[in-house]
Design a protein around this ligand. Sequence first.
Ligand code: ADP
Ligand code: MG
Length: 254
Amino acid sequence: MSRRKQIYEGKAKVLFEGPEPGTLVQYFKDDASAFNDQKKGVITGKGVLNNRISEYLMTRLNEMGIQTHFVRRLNMREQLVRELEIIPLRVIVRNVAAGSLSRRLGLSDGTALPRSIVEYHYKNEALSYPMVAEEHITAFGWASPHDLDDMMAMALRVNDFLSGLFLGVGIRLVDFRLEFGRLWTNDEMRIVIADEISPDSCRLWDLKTGEKLDRDRFREDLGRVEEGYQEVARRLGILPEGGPGDLKGPKTMQ
Ligand code: ADP
Ligand code: MG
């Protein structure tokens, strides 16, 4: 790790300069946080699993023609991605009421929504990621109306595809958040999916029992937090060889 230039350290990942121009290495940590960092902890093996799960899901999306930043996985905790100009929004797609939507609108968790709902939140931790309208986004120039159309359309396609994929392994995709960025090739710009898609960024409930298999196990002190992430990987058929015992993994393999 020391031989590469670190570009950014976030809550869940570290970004390094990639081997070629226009690329970055995303290193997945085991660190967990919730409630705007008021609650912090470590989920052993989370980084290994999220690296693998995000690789799997983004590869499926790339195959579907939904472009993501993912290039290839490098080792247990690292993946090569295309460097993007990140759009400072979290795009949340919801199928079932949970979390902040339930709180804001007084719905009980688990209420099916009349249709999928897309929300935008300004990516600003100091402000606790406030929800914003398209008006704010275009007025402040965070994204153009055209960028927004692209993001909305992509988010809904991702939702359709991932909902079906998870349903096939007995999991309900309650909601998830995406980040997007701009990829420039020559003079052309495309909006592509960035960051990660994992149990840190999705609410995933067992279809039959309603058991939570995502970061809410950590948020709500439900226990067996590691097992939730493992179960998602197991059902997707990608639990790393060697099983849960192997999840600490080498720090990096260069
Ligand atoms: P944060 O605490 O800001 O959420 P993370 O720990 O999730 O940070 O680290 C990932 C950071 O890298 C995020 O800020 C995310 O916006 C950014 N990022 C993700 N994918 C890319 C990319 N392809 N190019 C540039 N930045 C990216
Ligand atoms: Mg993040």
